[in-house]
Design a protein around this ligand. Structure first.
Ligand code: KG4
Ligand code: ZN
Length: 344
């Protein structure tokens, strides 16, 4: 089945054509980063207007790259939750119009769930049950998965998402938005032990995450501690690189620590995960990728790390998961609505 996927939840306008839930025939993404950079974050109204302008050209390009016509599309999948409501509405309205006009099935897909599916594109399903980890700009959560479409949340951030922490650290260091990729690049030449930033653990046994304390520790290290005798630091290239490397080490350790806990708890309950599925923009991070790989080797679990092109927001993951949902009987109708909250 050839599924057209649409993704407009935040600041990427994306269309993709995916065959049989796995084979990516095209994956076109128009990023709006240049429109939001001067505001150091996504401006919702600018984002939704840009989606309206860009969706049709992106769709045409996705069809062209796949070498197919609109009539060849056999189903339409759309990310309808979570996200910015005005942005989501653009994709949902377009998807409804396309599905209705073509007379093909429509399915609404959860964007967070789709991030976990990204690692299953262009490859085989891993063995289940699996542990799922989503680390993006808006979400940081962990899941127990019985299959690619059955998941149960076992932990989530109680404050900032990991990508949000990366972006805020970048802002503290005076780096351009979105800061994650830049922090990653600078960290390569820094000393990860230059600053002893805290690794959040929360209560013993907790599978939740917290990154606001780490972010504040970076702020204090750079600008000084209010009311204490700790002066602001001069931001040389060397200091910036050291802060990035030390922050990245603490952030990655916090993620691995929670994966270790989850793995141990599930194993004790007789539900030992046989694979790890990860997704979201921060899975593009070089240190996290290396640490996740090491985690999987240590525990003897199969790793599904999305290819770089499918780490960030994209529509191939929406189309792929959409096909799997349709195959198991899920359908949406013309009452499909956009909603800012995830259902997983
Ligand atoms: O999944 P995504 O594209 O959008 C959301 O659904 O949020 O994730 C975007 C986030 C941003 O916070 C961005 O800074 C972060 O992913 N990111 C990275 C890297 N590449 C993107 N963070 C750390 N290292 C990277 N290489
Ligand atoms: Zn995302």
């Amino acid at each position: 089945m050839l599924v057209l996927g649409l993704e407009t939840s935040c600041d990427e306008t994306a269309c993709a054509l995916v065959a049989d839930g796995r084979t990516v025939r095209s994956n076109v993404i128009a990023s709006q980063h240049e429109l939001h950079a001067e505001y150091q974050g996504v401006v919702p109204e600018i984002a939704s207007r840009a989606h309206v302008e860009r969706l049709t050209p992106v769709l045409r390009e996705a069809l062209r790259q796949a070498g197919v016509q609109l009539d060849d599309v056999e189903a339409v999948a759309v990310g309808n939750r979570p996200g910015l409501i005005g942005s989501l509405l653009v994709g949902v309205s377009a998807a409804k119009g396309l599905a209705w006009g073509l007379g093909v099935p429509l399915v609404g897909v959860d964007h967070i769930h789709a991030h976990l599916y990204a690692g299953l594109l262009e490859t085989e399903d891993p063995p289940f049950p699996a542990l799922g980890l989503v680390v993006s700009g808006g979400h940081t959560s962990m899941y127990f998965m019985r299959s690619p479409i059955e998941l149960h949340r076992i932990g989530a951030t109680i404050d900032d998402a990991l990508g949000e922490a990366y972006d805020k650290v970048a802002t503290i260091l005076g780096l351009p938005y979105p800061g994650g990729p830049m922090v990653d690049r600078l960290a390569a030449s820094g000393d990860p032990h230059a600053f002893d930033f805290p690794v959040s653990r929360l209560a013993p046994g907790s599978l939740d995450f917290s990154f606001s304390g780490l972010k504040t520790a970076v702020l204090y290290a750079v600008r000084g501690v209010p009311g204490a005798d700790a002066p602001a630091r001069t931001l040389t290239d060397g200091v910036r690189a050291d802060v990035c490397a030390s922050f990245q080490r603490a952030a990655s350790r916090a993620v691995i620590l929670k994966l270790e806990r989850a793995f141990a708890q599930l194993e004790a309950e007789g539900a030992r995960p046989r694979s790890l599925l990860t997704g979201g923009g921060v899975t593009a991070n070089s240190r996290l990728r290396a640490e996740l790989t090491a985690f999987c080797i240590t525990h003897g679990v199969e790793f599904r790390l999305p290819a770089m092109a499918y780490c960030m927001d994209n529509a191939a993951m929406i189309a792929g998961l959409g096909e799997r949902l349709l195959a198991s009987g899920h359908r949406s109708d013309m009452t499909l609505y956009a909603t800012p909250v995830t259902t997983c």
